[in-house]
Design a protein around this ligand. Structure first.
Ligand code: HEM
Length: 236
């Protein structure tokens, strides 16, 4: 049966997310392992070396994404920083999810764009945190003395505590929700085929779906077999 699909995540965005995922876990384990003293001194020295390697990969991947996938990066930033009335209203009942899962609050839904308000908040937090860790991390690595006591302490504390907050948010909010919304999960991790069914896009992201231009109809089974397909313009 023919099924229309919408390209939600392009390959560069999927690769950026995957690199972020791997490096973030690497950085969190090595960084918090040393900071909270979970490992021996010898292991701590090795962890710090790996912390810097993971930091280098994250830095270069972010720069590469910003340069070589400039249009994707601009689209992503425009999307997450665009807050209309419905984005704000989403917070009044958290998009109806507490009602859907726990019968708490109201079931009303406010039409969202590609990402809902919660996802936009999280994405903004991640963008700022990645920039923050790149700036504070390399400053503390290359010229801690030049920073002076006050700035070094401030950079260090921001580096540890902001990333701890984002890590906890990621582990206890982002990952469980990503697993529950399994259609989005598949679109993110099926590399090169980041599609969601058009009906799904219309239900969860109506303001995004209505802007997509149909370019072709694909047969879902055939697209799945090939691992790719084109349904609507690739505004992922
Ligand atoms: C096992 C770990 C992870 C899983 C399963 C996961 C899953 C996902 C999925 C499925 C999406 C797409 C959501 C959609 O299409 O609506 C997504 C988006 C995103 N992820 Fe992750 N992710 C993980 C780790 C991370 C990490 C470590 C970060 C950064 C600290 C991160 C940051 C983001 C951001 C900024 C977005 C776009 C906005 C959003 O959907 O909230 N993710 N992730």
């Amino acid at each position: 049966m023919a099924q229309k699909v919408a390209l939600k995540h392009s390959l560069p965005s999927q690769l950026m997310h995957f690199t972020l995922l791997v490096t973030w876990f690497g950085l969190a384990i090595t960084g918090f392992g040393v900071y909270f003293g979970w490992v021996s001194d010898a292991t701590a020295a090795a962890f710090m070396r790996w912390h810097v390697y993971f930091g280098a990969v994250l830095t270069f991947a972010t720069l590469a994404y910003a340069i070589f996938a400039f249009d994707r990066a601009v689209y992503f930033l425009k999307e997450i920083f665009t807050w209309d009335r419905d984005t704000w209203l989403w917070w009044t009942n958290l998009g109806g999810y507490p009602y859907k899962f726990l019968k708490i609050g109201s079931p009303k839904t406010y039409p969202q764009s590609k990402y809902n308000a919660g996802q936009k908040f999280y994405a903004i937090l991640v963008v700022f945190t990645v920039l923050l860790v790149i700036v504070t991390g390399w400053s503390l690595y290359y010229f801690p003395q030049a920073l002076g006591k006050y700035w070094a302490a401030l950079f260090f504390n921001l580096h540890v505590w902001v990333t701890l907050f984002v890590t906890l948010f990621m582990l206890f909010v982002h990952v469980p929700l990503a697993l529950i919304m399994f259609t989005d999960f598949k679109a993110m991790f099926r590399f090169g085929a980041g599609y969601v069914p058009m009906e799904y896009a219309e239900e969860h992201s109506p303001k995004w779906a209505e802007k997509l231009v149909p370019v072709a109809e694909v047969e879902a089974e055939r697209a799945a077999r090939r691992g790719k397909g084109a349904g609507v313009a690739p505004q992922a």
